[in-house]
Design a protein around this ligand. Sequence first.
Ligand code: OOG
Ligand code: NI
Length: 456
Amino acid sequence: MKHFSTSDEIRSLFSEAMSEMYRAEVPQYGTLVDLVREVNAATLKADPELHAQLEAAGELDRLDGERHGAIRLGTAEELSLVRRMFNIMGMVPVGYYDLSVAGIPVHSTAFRPADNAALKKNPFRVFTSLLRLDLVEDRELAAKADYILSLRQIITEEAKALIELAEDQGGLTEGQSHKFVREALETFRWHSGATVCTNTYGSLVEAHRLIADVVSFKGPHINHLTPRTLDIDAVQAQMPAHGITPKAVIEGPPRRKAGILLRQTSFKALEEEVVFQGKTGSHTARFGEIEQRGVALTPKGRALYDKTLTAARAAAGKTGADEYDNVLRKAFEAFPDDLDHLRREKLAFIQYRVTGSVRYEAESVDDLVASGALAADPQVYEDFLPVSAAGIFQSNLGVEDQSNYSANANKEAFEAALGATVIDEMALYAEVEEASLVAALTALGQEHLIKKPLAA
Ligand code: OOG
Ligand code: NI
């Protein structure tokens, strides 16, 4: 029998290769990665409690290599091919994001590892959007874009052959894995030669900058790679001294003691020289981003988050961007800000771990946590936020004034294009919580509590 690489190994090779390529293509990305590493080290040093908690939860090892990227695809065929490519790296489609609500003609998923062991090894994710030409009003232009897209092959012949080989033989040998990663990388490389002339490019930009970005090039260039920081405010504050200008506000929840979900900020896209069939011009597409991840919220917690954020944004609309942070902070005063509170109110997803022993029949899981027999770690939010994603898209496309698409989710069409259903992220977190609790209660001899799990 042949020995195959694990999908975790292939994903790690791929994420490293992508990071190296992007460092060479966008030098500011390298600067940002170095800055994030410094800030993370300083944060851990200054906060031994955080250090201990991340170490105990097995979170420390993945931190320095952790990042996500984003691509935008043009057709159903591209999406399903990319799904098969990522599948070999152990990345599967999780979640459905409708960006049309924010005036952006795409819908998206995140390809990422779905199980905890794989996430701990390397949580590399790719936020993957599919262009929705069905939302484009100018049908003639949509047809033209569709035709242009039909002419390109975003995956090399060698990569395609290796995808088929992996599917047939159930994996790739080490040599094949290295070749596969090298070939896969080609799909996401930047091409400075456009496939269209300046006229076509101009009319695509006029319809929407994003349409031009997807349609005018040979392939879906990776448009950012995002390292994970433990202190996004510190990195944001230090960016200008490193020659990087961040966008004005941090997307997501405000800074809190018990971080929830995801906070993100980015720096503006580069203006890059592009040759449009002989004529030199420019295009802005690629940017840098950082993120800070907090605890995943239950559907109840998420509903409270969405409500609170909507209220904050409505209020900030009246006060202007300068006041945004204060308004946001005020609105979120209504959101509990310590992990135990979040756990007891079933607002956040937890992973349980045995930290002691008990010689009696405990009355509740809360008792076991209070007595120190059971530790309740936060489950890291591994996904994305549509409102934040829209903010990132808009800031980097400069399309605040182009919001002429209305809410128009079409998960069915997305899944048909994908050739698979997307995994429900909430179910993944709920399973982890449930399984960890059952295992811990069994180990503590507290099986009588298993029928009363904490998860809603
Ligand atoms: C994707 C923007 C979304 C995030 O982190 O929310 C995103 C894009 O610009 O293609 O990456
Ligand atoms: Ni991003």
